[in-house]
Design a protein. Structure first.
Length: 167
């Protein structure tokens, strides 16, 4: 298996992907389980410990379900979502799904399968840490994308530089 875990690999060997993710050196990833695997969808349940500096502030260990459809559609749903407010989520069949990027964002600001599943897990982990920061401080810890229709301007030079790399 190559170092990038792609869609084909996920459906070919979900159990092997567990080992691949756990061996990928993803900070905070302590457990991965296959919750469902069939010809249409694979669902992994992951346990993610907070980053060290945030653990010192009692940030919680997060559990998240990552659902992957044969089409390549992917979504992350926090398992312990009830009783906690969430800023960047949308509802999918009544479950909250993390809103990790806007479909109108430049490609360089969106994850793609070319980057592999481990990179997606890192994006999810960062997002979960940001949600907890927002719950505690009522402020998103980085440039916050607007929601809904209309222009979504990139405000900082740093993010503009990243976005322009994919143009």
């Amino acid at each position: 298996m190559s170092s990038v875990i792609g869609l084909v690999e996920v459906f070919a060997d979900p159990a092997g992907i567990v080992e691949g993710l756990l061996g990928a050196g993803i900070y905070g990833l302590t457990d991965v389980r296959v919750a469902r695997a069939d010809s249409r969808v694979v669902v992994f349940w992951l346990t993610l410990d907070p980053w060290a500096d945030l653990a010192d502030h009692d940030y919680p260990t997060e559990r998240v379900a990552i659902s992957i459809e044969r089409t390549g559609a992917i979504r992350a749903t926090p398992v312990d979502y009830k009783g906690r407010p969430w800023l960047h989520v949308f509802s999918d069949d009544l479950l909250p799904v993390l809103c990790l990027w806007d479909p109108e964002d430049p490609p360089a600001l969106q994850w793609s399968w070319d980057e592999g599943l481990a990179a997606y897990v890192i994006v999810v982990h960062r997002h979960l840490q940001a949600e907890e920061y927002w719950r505690r401080h009522q402020d998103w810890p980085g440039e916050d994308a607007p929601h809904g229709p209309g222009p979504h301007p990139i405000r900082t030079p740093e993010l503009r530089a990243i976005a322009s790399k994919g143009a």
